[in-house]
Design a protein around this ligand. Sequence first.
Ligand code: HEM
Length: 440
Amino acid sequence: MTTKPPSTSQPAATPPAATWAGAGAAPVPLWGDDFNTDPYAIYARLRRFGAVAPVEIHPGVNAWLVIDYQAALEVLRDTATYSHSPLNWSDPVPSDHPIAPVIQPRPCAIATDGAEHRRYRQVITDGFNMIPSHELRDRVTRLADDLIRDFAEAGEVDLVAQYARQLPLVVFNDLFGLPASYATGLSRTMARLMEGGDEAADANEELEAYLAELIAMKTEHRGADLTSWYLDHPNGMTQEEMAHQLLLTLVAGNEPTTNLISNALSRMLSDPSYYSTLTNGARTAREAVEDVLREEPPMSNYAYHFPRRDVLLHGNWIRTGELILISYAAANTTPDGLPTGPRTDGGSHLAWSAGPHQCPVKHSALLMAVTAIERLTSWLSDLELTVPREKLQWRPGVIHRALAELPARFTPITPGQAGATPWNRQSPQEASVAYTESSP
Ligand code: HEM
């Protein structure tokens, strides 16, 4: 007979006086050198608390971190007990706080509950459903080749700055229906936003201006693009709601897709069992992506939730409105928490989250990441890292597992060389098929 976890989300009969203290220890910082250097060591240390640990996500900002797979599923699925709306946060940060951009009330899918959430979310899912997979693949292929041409002659590249960080942005700019010239400005703006500090306020204004111009252009002239489909959606978005759904698409899609591409590339280029696939080995880009999703999810800790009443969650009293985050990274690696033995499900993990707020665009995101990796590694088949994977630097931050850089070298390719090149837009595989067919 198996014993159940102590208790799940039960109503509080007698709420305790002080919940953070009730956890029996000071909240563990998820910021600073220790966490930034090795977050997985911190997750391992947090296991002494059980399924839920008291943490500090920024100096002075406390949260409960759910680190157990089953407990995470309970919170993610129990919409009666837990709200996903920051309006229910009992101790919200001011609007100019560094955490505010990622946890603040907004009229958009990620920050709302119930019918309001479904209304916003449907606009996004229906929009992406309008894009046939083969068209998305062609688009990513074309835009990946554009980027590869920019560094192919150099023989060296930072695959984060020059590829993984650029690709999602140029794809979104294209899906939104804007000319490529707008992508350069967007990429500069997003880089400045990421730097934070004084630059961030200006960059935020630039992003608002980009979205305002986009909406104005598409209001005037519709096209076969996401913006027009959002505008014409029967759920009828106001101008403000339009801006927020587009912003969410861009912000929720950009950083994790960058990380999925670069984290998977870092594995493929440092592990011989992947590396051989660059020519004709056994493991594929898709497998590298799946390994990242399970072992090092691009979004590591997010899915903010706020209890609608005092609850007892796996032995911890949590007060109404206290911040709970789900650690996808820790939950995925829960000891004994995942199904074992031969897998037929492609691997259960929480990298896309679960419940009503799970990623609505995972198939498109997977296709983008796998196509990006395949395109790069088929053009630059002897790509190799110039820094060993264990020495790579990761960007600080609690939400994302993000490489700071991924320096690599390869044999340069040039526009004038014989055969297929990214300049004549024929893939190495297509070229070899053409050669075989026309050969005697
Ligand atoms: C085309 C690229 C992507 C787009 C447009 C996109 C869009 C979105 C949107 C709109 C949401 C909010 C859904 C809701 O609240 O109902 C969301 C949630 C989420 N996405 Fe994606 N996403 C993309 C790629 C990714 C990738 C690559 C990952 C990582 C593997 C990821 C992981 C997640 C997770 C974990 C959530 C849940 C967040 C939460 O509950 O707070 N997404 N995504």
